[in-house]
Design a protein around this ligand. Structure first.
Ligand SMILES: Nc1ncnc2c1ncn2[C@@H]1O[C@H](COP(=O)(O)OP(=O)(O)OP(=O)(O)O)[C@@H](O)[C@H]1O
Ligand SMILES: [Mg+2]
Length: 383
């Protein structure tokens, strides 16, 4: 196949010679969001719009050179399957009146829809019009929606089913049950309701962050005290004993976001490790901010997943496959850290397990280092 970026030539016909028709054609070509390319029957490019040049990232010198071989080589080398593309294009040239549709996958992850129709003038075929539409974002949103629906429907249903079951039992048998059994059911009821509340909270945060609606409301906060109290509450949720060691550091942060960060990390440490696995939480002052560290002695995170798990819906192995989760917890942690000019990452914990770390930037932390040591209870570390 020969495609040429040679001089744009329009076959002159009386109606097309009208300035009006030509200007309409130019304006239409340049106002569409699709990339358009028109190739004559002898393989020469007769028209293209600027969007086509942008989408295919054809460098100005290549476009200027009007060198068909260079242009085509530049275009197809970006595709994951250049041979397949060229083969399908050749088939179309062999069947000049065929219309066709194709999806092109680029090496850099972009996806284009390609359609092609013959250009016919007075019943005579004079060329072929190719149009390319960038559907990368649309595909990403479709995938996001599918993932969200699958994950959320499962994760919402589990605690909801429990809530319905426990409340029906209380309604029917509550008066005949022992006080201890009733108290136990109320506790389970409330735990499941809180689980739902957290999930809905995560989803709302996820949505607001995705739309760029979240601004951190920074206030001077005693971070050690805040993290200690979140850890204590998380002990109730997870049933795990959490050891806390916190520097006395006062930083300017958004306390509600810090709560979501610490809670997500502690719940992860409990969910993705075997029961009784030790969990530690630390707060450390830094010159330009502070560090929150949640360690556990669990299986750790394999090297090839260490970055990926911070992306939405990316999950690794878990010790609780019966409750797979949605896979957005760590993406929220990373985004909340970024809102504070910081970042989140995981590294191996010396001695085994994972060490999740969140750096929050604050140019003027106030530090009162009390030489806190890891302690056996959440409260004594702050004594
Ligand atoms: N402490 C940990 N130890 C080992 N693996 C972990 C730990 N924390 C997270 N992971 C891995 O990282 C993955 C992503 O975590 P993330 O919090 O984003 O999602 P999730 O916990 O699976 O679901 P949820 O949206 O309910 O939080 C987990 O599925 C798990 O494989
Ligand atoms: Mg999680």
């Amino acid at each position: 196949m020969r495609i040429s970026l040679g001089r744009v030539r329009v076959r002159r016909r009386p109606d097309l010679e009208s300035a009006h028709a030509l200007s309409l054609l130019e304006a239409t070509l340049e106002s569409t969001a699709d990339g358009i390319l028109v190739v004559s029957t002898d393989g020469k490019i007769t028209r293209f719009n600027q969007q086509f040049i942008r989408m295919w990232r054809i460098p100005p010198d290549v476009a200027e050179s009007r060198d068909d071989e260079r242009a085509l080589a530049h275009a197809v080398e970006q595709l994951k399957d250049p041979e397949g593309f060229l083969k399908r294009v050749q088939e179309l040239y062999n069947d000049p009146i065929a219309e066709s549709f194709d999806v092109l996958h680029f090496k850099d992850g972009r996806i284009f829809e390609r359609s092609s129709k013959p250009q016919i003038v007075d019943g005579e075929r004079v060329g072929r019009v190719w149009s390319f539409r960038d559907v990368t974002e649309r595909n990403r949103l479709d995938d996001l929606k599918d993932n969200l629906l699958t994950a959320v429907s499962h994760e919402l249903r589990t605690p909801l089913t429990a809530i319905v079951g426990f409340s029906s039992t209380l309604e029917r048998w509550g008066v005949t049950m022992s006080d201890d059994d009733v108290a136990d059911l109320y506790k389970r009821l409330s735990n499941n309701a809180k689980k739902l509340q957290r999930l809905v909270g995560d989803l709302l945060d996820f949505d607001r962050l995705a739309r760029g609606l979240v601004e951190p409301k920074r206030e001077r906060t005693d971070l050690g005290e805040l993290v200690t109290s979140i850890a204590r509450e998380s002990e109730q949720i997870t049933g795990r004993h959490i050891r806390v060691a916190a520097d006395d550091v006062v930083v300017s942060v958004d306390a509600a976001k810090i709560e979501r960060i610490v809670e997500n990390l502690i719940i992860n440490a409990a969910r993705h490790t075997a029961p009784e696995t030790p969990v530690w939480v630390r707060v450390r002052a830094r010159e330009d901010g502070c560090l929150i560290i949640v360690d556990d002695a669990g299986p750790g995170v394999p090297d090839d997943l260490k970055e990926i798990i911070f992306e939405p819906f990316k999950q690794g192995p878990t010790t609780t496959p019966q409750s797979p989760g949605v896979g957005i917890g760590l993406s929220l942690v990373a985004r909340f850290a970024a809102l504070h000019g910081g970042h989140a990452w995981v590294q191996d914990r010396p001695g085994g397990g994972s060490s999740f770390r969140v750096f929050l930037r604050d140019e003027h932390p106030t530090v009162d280092l009390r030489d806190a040591e890891l302690s056996n209870t959440t409260s004594t570390a702050r004594a």
